[in-house]
Design a protein around this ligand. Structure first.
Ligand SMILES: O=C(CO)COP(=O)(O)O
Length: 225
């Protein structure tokens, strides 16, 4: 199974580096992807690196380009993270263009969903993000994150809601040919939600910057093992 850990922007760089060094010292079963704020060569033994963002197809300023990610050996990038949408007003046109850029350059997007009424409107949100882009023959990771749960620091959805949402996502993705996808659950994930991800038959979880030491992260990795 897969655990994605996003350090976001408030965790001090030294704390991020020390967490990554800590992770490098241990062994564990699930695949791990870590998304630090400061990109560096993806040469880690125990995890893959993801960019927290990727730029659009046109010339712009200050966001990681696909070329930079290739140069650093980074294969993954978040597209449309919900906190970018809320805090930076990133809209669906921009998100769709970032997704186009990622697919065009063979960067695996971690597509973030969950902002439309949190639990409903999955198809509508998917259509706004993906639009006419063809996911066939591409690799994607899709996270459904309960943004309410992230913002309030507690789980605010039921097992049944999560099951319904991921079934809907599987149905939507079945329309593409040969798409290689992984589905992950996010939104204040604790060990119980890691167990839920396993029970739902999805691929794993997405967690934020609440984990400062490997021992804390281990409480999420263990149920995924
Ligand atoms: O947004 C997230 C990961 O990108 C999830 O954050 P939390 O695990 O703190 O809810």
């Amino acid at each position: 199974m897969l655990c994605i850990m996003n350090f976001k922007t408030l965790m001090p760089v030294k704390e991020q580096q020390s967490m990554m060094a800590d992770v490098e010292k241990h062994t564990f079963k699930p695949d791990l992807i870590i998304s630090p704020v400061m990109l560096q060569p993806n040469k880690f033994k125990n995890f893959q690196e993801a960019a927290q963002n990727i730029t659009i197809t046109k010339r712009t300023v200050g966001e990681p380009s696909a070329d930079e990610l290739h140069y650093l050996g980074i294969k993954y990038a978040f597209v449309g993270h919900l906190e970018r949408r809320i805090q930076l007003h990133e809209d669906y046109d921009v998100i769709n263009n970032k997704l186009e850029n990622a697919l065009k350059h063979k960067i695996t997007p971690i597509i973030c969903m969950g902002s439309e009424n949190d639990e409903d409107g999955i198809q509508e949100e998917f259509d706004k993000i993906v639009g006419d882009l063809d996911l066939s023959n591409h690799e994607v990771i899709i996270s459904w994150e309960s943004i309410k749960s992230t913002l309030e620091g507690k789980r605010l959805y039921s097992d049944e809601t999560a099951a319904r949402i991921f079934n809907e996502l599987k149905e939507i993705l079945s329309k593409y040919e040969n798409v290689k996808y992984r589905l992950v659950l996010g939104g204040h994930v604790e060990p119980r939600e890691a167990e839920l991800a396993k029970k739902l038959g999805i691929d794993g979880v997405l967690v934020g910057d609440r984990f400062k030491h490997f021992d804390q992260l281990k409480t999420i990795l263990d149920p995924l093992s």
